[in-house]
Design a protein around this ligand. Structure first.
Ligand SMILES: C[S@@+](CC[C@H](N)C(=O)[O-])C[C@H]1O[C@@H](n2cnc3c(N)ncnc32)[C@H](O)[C@@H]1O
Length: 128
């Protein structure tokens, strides 16, 4: 395997292993009371009134839920099928499944045309 494929494979394997427990890492006062509030306050004013939002590597569903609750459609794009499955369960629990599409894919292999989305968010560590 070449280096990039090896890296992709290990990312997929890692998230496969941790998917069910991954949310717990963010269930701390630092995230709940500080990071999440600051992040939401920072980008929420930029959300369009309507349209399609793209959550890149967004299978934590942390942002897909409040954005869908505002009435915007969301495409949740993530490399990990297992992370997407966990997100799907949580989104169904909130009865937001009509607002969210789940798409498995690598951030390095984007197949959407320019201007397809009204808002794009790649928050957290996916870009780095
Ligand atoms: C810490 S979370 C990112 C935070 C996320 N933006 C959120 O919803 O809050 C890491 C996520 O990035 C995904 N991911 C990592 N590398 C990726 C890649 N190359 N393409 C797409 N998703 C990726 C993982 O599967 C995992 O669900």
């Amino acid at each position: 395997m070449v280096a990039a494929e090896e890296q992709k494979h290990s990312v997929i394997q890692y998230y496969k292993k941790v998917a069910e427990e991954y949310d717990r890492e963010y269930d701390t006062p630092y995230f709940k009371r500080l990071y999440d509030k600051i992040t939401w306050r920072y980008f929420e004013p930029y959300l369009p009134k309507e349209g399609l939002c793209w959550m890149l590597a967004g299978a934590l569903e942390k942002w897909a839920i409040p954005i869908a609750e505002k009435g915007l459609k969301v495409v949740l794009y993530d490399i990990s099928r297992e992370m997407l499955n966990v997100a799907r369960r949580k989104i169904m629990k909130r009865r937001l499944e009509n607002m969210v599409l789940f798409e498995e894919g690598d951030i390095y292999e984007i197949g959407f045309s320019e201007n397809y989305f009204d808002f794009v968010l790649a928050e957290g560590d996916p870009v780095s």
